[in-house]
Write a protein that binds this ligand. Structure first.
Ligand SMILES: [Zn+2]
Ligand SMILES: [Zn+2]
Length: 384
């Protein structure tokens, strides 16, 4: 990838700086959450507590002095993840291990993933379940039929679609989506309404629209997670939401086309989960809560994709963080990078390696652009 910080056609959240992102300025809490009650997804430890703050939303504070290099938390609650298509032969679909660009040995041709071991393949099959494996195979079959036509989103500086544009665009395909559902139900010998030419046409039209494979992976991963973990859905709902998560108009349209593609190809039992609302919700929660999945072997120079670990997203950003995060397989480990005093806020940095070396002004710009907040960390205060 030529420009590592600008991956093509991926979720809007990770353009430019694929790292964790939770704006410290964002204090929006879901309606069922009172100031004293934290969502089930909040990280728990005897070393720290999560508290609501007046200005920085939820934040993590040390409840005792903690020595440098202490493992304070391990976040293994990966919900949805995207492995960019261009890395699908080199990165294990389960543990994200990588061998300097060499193709990995355990290939699942039907699902379109490779694995580092039979164990990882088995684990992946188990976690996705029969329906999940069928879903990934349906996507793979569909994408393979279409040559390289993925529309790449080029200009990150185009205006972000506003809420009313987003609503209008989704509403614009509601009738077509309904027609596709009727056509699919009939194909499966189900459904109260007899499908007509009109319904089948709606389905064919959807199939012919340009595809965005990485957006498709994002949606399938999130929808499957919802299907397979219904009781944990509130962990995703509890994350800070972005009401305008689409990077530009092309990005919005890619998600809408993908919605129709998925209605047309996914296994029937998944279709009730494939709604405009749930796909929008996945984008709105992912937008400020994703970690980049990078190579561990070469200081993260390769950006494989990204994922959402709800517990990990409670740590706010600082340009001089006291917590270092490191990925091991599908989990993140958080360690103190210095001695921490009781009562101090525990921060990580949302900036990628290169971005950490930027001047204050440039860092502020990057944080504002990617996560929508003005950095008020101690380091930025000192440099002022
Ligand atoms: Zn593996
Ligand atoms: Zn700062």
């Amino acid at each position: 990838m030529a420009d590592l910080e600008s991956p093509p056609s991926v979720s809007p959240s990770v353009y430019n700086a694929p790292s964790i992102s939770r704006p410290s300025s964002c204090s929006s809490a879901p309606p069922d959450e009172t100031p004293n009650k934290l969502p089930a997804s909040a990280p728990k430890s005897f070393l720290f507590e999560v508290r609501h703050t007046p200005t920085a939303g939820r934040a993590v504070f040390a409840t005792q002095d903690i020595a440098e290099a202490t493992l304070i938390f391990r976040s293994d609650d990966l919900t949805l993840s995207v492995l960019l298509r261009e890395y699908r032969r080199e990165v294990c679909g389960q543990c994200f291990s990588y061998d300097y660009g060499r193709d990995l040995g355990f290939r699942d041709k039907n699902a379109g993933f490779v694995f580092c071991s039979e164990t990882c393949h088995g684990e992946w099959m188990r976690e996705n379940g029969d329906i999940g494996v069928q879903a990934w195979s349906a996507v793979e079959t569909f994408v393979k039929k279409r040559s390289k036509e993925d529309s790449e989103m080029v200009d990150v500086d185009l205006p972000r679609p506003k809420s009313k544009d987003i609503t209008k665009a989704w509403d614009g395909v509601a009738a077509q989506a309904e027609h596709i559902r009727i056509a699919r139900a009939n194909e499966a010998g189900q459904g109260a309404i007899q499908a007509t030419k009109q319904h089948h046409k709606a389905l064919q039209k959807a199939l012919q629209a340009p595809i965005s494979p990485d957006v498709m992976s994002f949606c399938v991963s999130g929808l499957l997670w919802h299907h397979n973990n219904p009781s944990d859905w509130n962990k995703v709902l509890a994350l800070a939401a972005d009401s305008t998560p689409y990077h530009n108009i092309d990005d919005l349209h890619a998600f809408i086309r993908t919605y129709l593609h998925l209605l047309a190809i996914l296994p029937i039992p998944l279709l009730p989960f494939v709604t405009a609302e749930s796909i929008f919700l996945l984008s709105s929660r992912d937008s400020h809560n994703s970690f980049g999945i990078r190579s561990l072997e070469d200081e993260g120079s390769e950006f494989f994709g990204y994922g959402c670990w709800p517990a990990a997203s409670y740590f706010n950003h600082s340009c001089a963080p006291n917590i270092e995060k490191r990925r091991g397989g599908r989990a993140w480990e958080f360690r103190t990078g210095k001695n921490v005093k009781k009562g101090e806020e525990l921060n990580i940095t949302y900036l990628s390696g290169e971005e950490r070396k930027l001047t204050r002004g440039k860092r502020m710009q990057t944080l504002k652009r990617n996560w929508g907040f003005d950095c008020g960390c101690e380091q930025c205060e000192v440099e002022q």
